[in-house]
Design a binder for this molecule. Structure first.
Ligand code: AMP
Length: 115
C-alpha cells in the first residue's frame, strides 16, 4: 500500500484522530496551517474527484456533514471555518487520496485564494 492516508486508515501510521465512522477518518494535519487543521478522509481510496462515481454520492455528502460536525466539536462553527479540497497538481495536491481540509480556530483565516 503506497498511499499514506490508506496506511493511516489501516493504523499502520499513527495519527491524531478527531472523529471516526465506518466510512470516514478525520485527523489533525501534521503541518497545520491554522490552530485547527483537520483532514477529513473517506476510508475508500478515491484519488481525484474525477474518479468518484454515482455510487460515491453518499460518501461525498458525508464528508461535508462530517466537516460540519467536526467544526461543532472543535467549537469553530460560530466564528467560521474554511473547507479546502486540493484536486490535482495545479492545486498543490500532495496526497492523492481525496480529502477535505478544515481550517479554523483563528479570528480571520485571511482572504480566499481565488486568483
Ligand atoms: P493536499 O496538499 O491537499 O494533498 O494535503 C495533504 C496534507 O496532508 C498536507 O497538509 C500534509 O501536511 C498532510 N499530511 C501528510 N502526511 C501526513 C500525516 N502522516 N499525518 C497528518 N497529515 C499529513
Amino acid at each position: 500500500m503506497d498511499c499514506i492516508f490508506c496506511r493511516i486508515i489501516a493504523g499502520e501510521i499513527p495519527s491524531e484522530k478527531v472523529l471516526e465512522t465506518d466510512e470516514i477518518l478525520a485527523f489533525r494535519d501534521i503541518n497545520p496551517a491554522a490552530p485547527e487543521h483537520i483532514l477529513i478522509v473517506p476510508k475508500k481510496h478515491i484519488q481525484y474527484l474525477e474518479d468518484a462515481t454515482g455510487s460515491d454520492i453518499e460518501i461525498l455528502g458525508k464528508l461535508f456533514l462530517t466537516a460540519r460536525d467536526i467544526a461543532k466539536l472543535l467549537s469553530v462553527e460560530k466564528n467560521g471555518y474554511r473547507l479546502i479540497l486540493n484536486n490535482g497538481k495545479a492545486a498543490g495536491q500532495e496526497v492523492f487520496h481525496l480529502h477535505l481540509h478544515l481550517l479554523g480556530g483563528k479570528e480571520s483565516l485571511g482572504p480566499m485564494l481565488t486568483r
